[in-house]
Design a protein around this ligand. Sequence first.
Ligand SMILES: Cc1ncc(COP(=O)(O)O)c(C=O)c1O
Length: 361
Amino acid sequence: MQTNPYISAIRPYQPGKPIEEVEREYGLHAIIKLASNENALGPSPQALLAAQKALMRSALYPDSRSFTLVQKLAEGHALPHDHFMIGTGSDQLFMLLALVLLNTQANAVISEYTFPTYAIAVHSVGAELRIARASSNLGHSVDHLLEAVDPSTRVIFLDNPNNPVGSYLPGREIERLLQSLPPDVVVVLDEAYYDFVDAPDYVSGLEYIGRYPNLIVTRTFSKAYGLAGLRIGYGVSHPPLIELMKRVRLPFSVSHVALAAAEAALSDTEHLAKTRALIWTERPTLAKNLAQCLPLVLPGAGNFITARTPIPAQDLFQRLLERGIIIRPLGAMGLPDFIRVTVGLPDENRTFLNALKSVLE
Ligand SMILES: Cc1ncc(COP(=O)(O)O)c(C=O)c1O
């Protein structure tokens, strides 16, 4: 078999450990999963109802143009329909962008600590991946990103807020990046955690879409809307880029169930408000309590907290697993002394903190 050598060189993505696997391996029940930044409140109830109704139409192919969802998004963001692209999660959009923008002669720039799917997308098409050093707080540095750009750079992937660190770049830094780049370098601004930011100087990239045709902003229904299992997200950019992405997206990849759920979720403002309220009360409490037993807790803008551990993070992960709690050790993301913990329900957070204290005793 002759395969592409750059595919065999890809480091497989390491997902958070599924609940069912821990139940099987450890014979435990009532597992608490704080490993994948999912919504602790579950899906929007309105989305669930819509998904159930949509199941009745399962014999038919979905609308490949996602017309109704695009219409809702276009109204919500006050932008034309042709600025939107729906994908099976935002991660499909990163892959499509790699296909559209990169080749074996081009490169993509990412930051040192960032969402691992970008690297998979870049390597899948045999392009070079250039890694910009993080800033001193482990977050993104616009200066270092700009230094990493060369004449073969076609795209920068940037998550804001950033996973796994949890920091964010303020609007003025995003604008400085956009102003400083040549117009043929596309900025993919991944706003998966947009809904959880409460910092006054944070500005969504959607504010800049009008001025920068080389910008694409991605959002997901996996986090604040609680639909991670249905796989649906979207990108917003100028029509030329969107149109090329549509050419390479397989026509029926987004299911009609996901489309129906996403449409309903957008109208469920109550669920979104509850989700944000949960994060905005529990996130600071979790961070404060973690700071009492861990040497460094990073300020988090998403629905998770990242912290340095006094013992190897992998060991801590393992010992919590034995107590039925799944967190994320960050060795695979280049931070072997750090863990990432999703903000859960108050009870889940308390159980996790008690288990952590007993492990560290
Ligand atoms: C920064 C970031 N972007 C994108 C995603 C993936 O989102 P989706 O479920 O829409 O593929 C995640 C998921 O953890 C993430 O952390």
